[in-house]
Ligand binder design. Structure first.
Ligand SMILES: Nc1nc2c(ncn2[C@@H]2O[C@H](COP(=O)(O)OP(=O)(O)OP(=O)(O)O)[C@@H](O)[C@H]2O)c(=O)[nH]1
Ligand SMILES: [Mg+2]
Length: 328
């Protein structure tokens, strides 16, 4: 199966060739893995890039172990979302509130120094959040930007107790320095360097300290047309459901359930796929060998009738139940 790599991959590969330090090489290798579509045709290539990362990690003098944990965070669940923001915005508090992870929350800045993942549940969908260190120039360790570039979505957390627009400007400019853009149409910066586009949601935290709602209103007025903007109080848990729904909408995914012939569907663990996915995509997601072995499939939901046979290119819809038949 051909790898079918997008042009951004080759641009990142070019940057890899031009990179001088092992840290820069790792950054571009991570970027390539992030850009690469996930299917059987890219498995070998991915393993190859991982080996190169391991090699450059050794060269950079970082021992495997400690720093390795921060270098990459394996994706789990329907999407990986990096929470970013200035010191003290409440990033760790949010992760501690909505996942089982236990990052340290403290009333002084620069508390967090490593990236910590945790799983957030929305209905029956698992979404991975990553708590990150504060986004400031001096704290940009070499693994920071690869983590952001690899994430599916950035969640910008703003502290609503103080100047929200100033924080947004600072964050956008720091992202710019990492060659990350929030503007889909901007593929290069002024110096002709390639930019990585990231989908984004803005979350205003500490609404309890914005009693007249002025700061949240400013954020919505300035950025509401370009991004979803929601207000929460991570500490008290206010607005969390609305935030989850906004994140879920942004992911634009559908949930598919599977059943065995003669059995009932398991409605607790959906297969989560991008909207517009086909039966073939679902089979691939369930197991990479399944597609080659698939004889036929029946569908309940978007088929003409319940239980009809559908082809590999059948476009699935939210809530469909599929029954995949493979030879015994
Ligand atoms: N009033 C109020 N305080 C909050 C809220 N969420 C977090 N805080 C407080 O804000 C402070 C910073 O929280 P952290 O979660 O450590 O912030 P952080 O963004 O992870 O900070 P760094 O790791 O230093 O970047 C703590 O004292 C929290 O108790 C909230 O919703 N309301
Ligand atoms: Mg923190």
């Amino acid at each position: 199966m051909p790898a079918n790599l997008p042009p951004q991959y080759y641009e990142a590969e070019k940057r890899l060739r031009e990179a001088k330090t092992p840290e820069e090489k790792i950054e571009h290798l991570e970027e390539m893995i992030g850009i690469m579509p996930k299917h059987k045709g890219t498995d070998h290539l991915k393993a190859d890039l991982r080996r190169k990362i391991a090699k450059f990690s050794e060269m950079s003098g970082k021992k495997a172990g400690g720093t390795r944990a921060s270098l990459t965070i394996p994706k789990e669940g329907a999407a990986q979302i990096a929470i970013i923001g200035l010191p003290n915005a409440g990033k760790s508090q949010l992760v501690a509130k909505v996942t089982k992870a236990t990052p340290t929350v403290a009333d002084y800045p620069f508390t967090t120094t490593v990236a910590t993942p945790g799983m957030m549940e929305h209905e029956n969908v698992q979404i991975q959040l990553i708590d990150t260190p504060p986004l400031v120039v001096s704290s940009s360790v070499f693994w920071f930007s690869p983590i952001l570039k690899r994430a599916d979505v950035l969640l910008i957390l703003i502290d609503l107790s103080t100047d929200p627009l100033g924080q947004m400007e600072a964050i956008i400019s720091l992202l710019d320095g990492m060659r990350i853009t929030l503007d889909k149409n901007r593929t290069q910066d002024e110096n002709g360097r390639e930019l990585v586009y990231k989908e984004t949601i803005i979350v205003g935290n500490k609404i309890d300290l914005d009693p007249d709602g002025r700061n949240l209103k400013d954020l919505k007025e300035m950025y509401g047309e370009r991004f979803p903007v929601v207000g929460i109080a991570a500490k008290a848990g206010t607005g969390i459901e609305e935030m989850k729904r906004a994140i879920y909408r942004l992911l634009d995914v559908i949930r598919i359930y599977t059943k065995r012939p003669g059995g009932k569907a398991d409605m607790t663990e959906p297969v989560v796929l991008p909207r517009g996915s086909t039966l073939e995509d679902a089979a691939m997601e369930i197991h990479k060998d399944l597609l080659a072995r698939l004889k036929f499939a029946r569908i309940w939901g978007s088929g003409k009738h319940d239980g009809v046979m559908v082809g590999r290119d059948h476009i699935l819809e939210e809530g469909d139940i599929i029954e995949l038949h493979v030879p015994k």
